[in-house]
Design a protein around this ligand. Structure first.
Ligand code: NAD
Ligand code: WQD
Length: 336
């Protein structure tokens, strides 16, 4: 019996594959390499000393999915595959709806027809929209998303809830990630953005290594302790370990459950810059720039539901997140 990992060559997927293999699971990985590199799969094998089956395929390709379910005994699916760039989603909404929503529907249809009805889905803190006040809890009303990417996650959550309501044989765990950063401590896998990074940590590491001249801090006049935006950064290995608990949950129940995966602590942009400088010994050149459209002042989780129901809690602090992000960047200045 295996766990199918869609998007397993990507940032969070690759770290989760390592933890699944370490925990003794057999895995089958699917990715179309739209936003990843085949080398990440070799690195997963090197880190774990274990092998696994891989399919270069698209989640929108029903025939390819049917073949995977026919050739393997898939017990459950962890579904990471999707497009994730907020700005790009505003320029290419149809591509985002088609890939993320269309792809998830095709995947669920293939799962239903193969009688594999257990899925862990990568959602995002972005589904809380801009009205809710942090700390964010799973019982808050979701929606009011501010970009097509966020709306795809919101709509997929609704689709999965409807799917469960129609057929209680499904077992569904929806994970709302906060801001994943860091890398595996081997320095062999990590976040590998194409072009200029959109997210804070890869931008910081690229400034530190000299690939980019300066970080723009988007706004210093928010209602936060130092005026810069506050987020709930979580080490990607802690996030990956949360998926092990989520898999245990989907394998052992027939329920639909939603969990925040965050630390519960908010750090500002300048906290990140300072912690990164300390961990790396490098200066991060930055300037204060105007606010970025769509950004919130503050966003952090209440992670207690995951602790109470999954027995999961993030263990790695900000210094470790920065050290590991830096080791990955330093060892792989040009990515994979
Ligand atoms: P990523 O881009 O590194 O990984 C996604 C993987 O999916 C990539 O390897 C990509 O090639 C693959 N993929 C995309 N479309 C596909 C398709 N149609 N068929 C097959 N493979 C496809 O992103 P990530 O940061 O690892 O994110 C994983 C998931 O978590 C995504 O669904 C993302 O939306 C969600 N998420 C990410 C963050 C974050 O900040 N990184 C936060 C919240 C939620
Ligand atoms: C963090 C903070 C920025 C870049 C996004 C998505 C969200 C989720 C995680 C997928 C903010 C500031 C950033 C820079 C900066 N992804 N910043 N200069 O926006 O919290 O969340 O990624 O689901 O849906 O929206 O993350 O890393 O882009 O920004 O000052 O060059 O850093 O303003 O305060 P964000 P981020």
């Amino acid at each position: 019996m295996s766990i199918l990992v869609t998007g397993g060559a990507g940032f969070i997927g690759s770290h989760t594959c390592v933890e699944l293999l370490n925990a003794g699971y057999e895995i089958v990985v699917l990715d179309n390499f739209y936003n990843s590199n085949p080398e990440s799969l070799n690195r997963i094998k090197k880190i774990t000393g274990k092998d696994f089956k891989f399919y270069e395929a698209d989640i929108r390709d029903r025939a390819a999915l049917d073949k995977i379910f026919k050739e393997n005994e898939i017990e459950a699916v962890i579904h990471f595959a999707g497009l994730k760039a907020v700005g790009e989603s505003c320029r290419k909404p149809l591509e985002y709806y088609e890939n993320n929503i269309g792809g998830t529907i095709t995947l669920c249809e293939a799962m239903r027809d193969a009688n594999c009805k257990k899925i862990v889905f990568s959602s995002s803190a972005t589904v809380y929209g801009c009205e809710n006040v942090s700390p964010l809890t799973e019982s808050m009303k979701i929606g009011g998303t501010t970009n097509p990417y966020g709306t795809t996650k919101y709509m997929i959550e609704l689709i999965l809830q409807d799917l469960y309501a129609s057929d209680n044989e499904w077992s569904i765990t929806i994970l709302r990630y906060f801001n994943p950063i860091g890398a595996h401590e081997s320095g062999m896998i990590g976040e590998n953005p194409n072009g200029i990074p959109n997210n804070l940590m890869p931008y910081v590491t690229q400034v530190a290594i000299g690939k980019l001249p300066q970080l723009s801090v988007f706004g210093d006049d928010y209602d936060t302790p130092d005026g810069t935006g506050v987020r709930d950064y979580i080490h990607v290995v802690d996030l990956a370990l949360g998926h092990i608990k989520a898999v245990e949950k989907v394998l052992s129940t027939k329920e639909v459950n939603v969990y925040n995966l965050g630390t519960g602590t908010g750090y500002s942009v300048l906290d990140i810059v300072k912690a990164f400088e300390k961990a790396s010994g490098k200066k991060v050149n930055y300037k204060i720039a105007p606010r970025r459209d769509g950004d919130l002042a503050t966003c952090y989780s209440d992670p207690s539901k995951a602790l109470n129901e999954l027995g999961w809690k993030a263990e790695r602090g900000l210094d470790k997140m920065c050290e590991d992000s830096w080791r990955w960047q330093k060892n792989n200045p040009n990515g994979f």
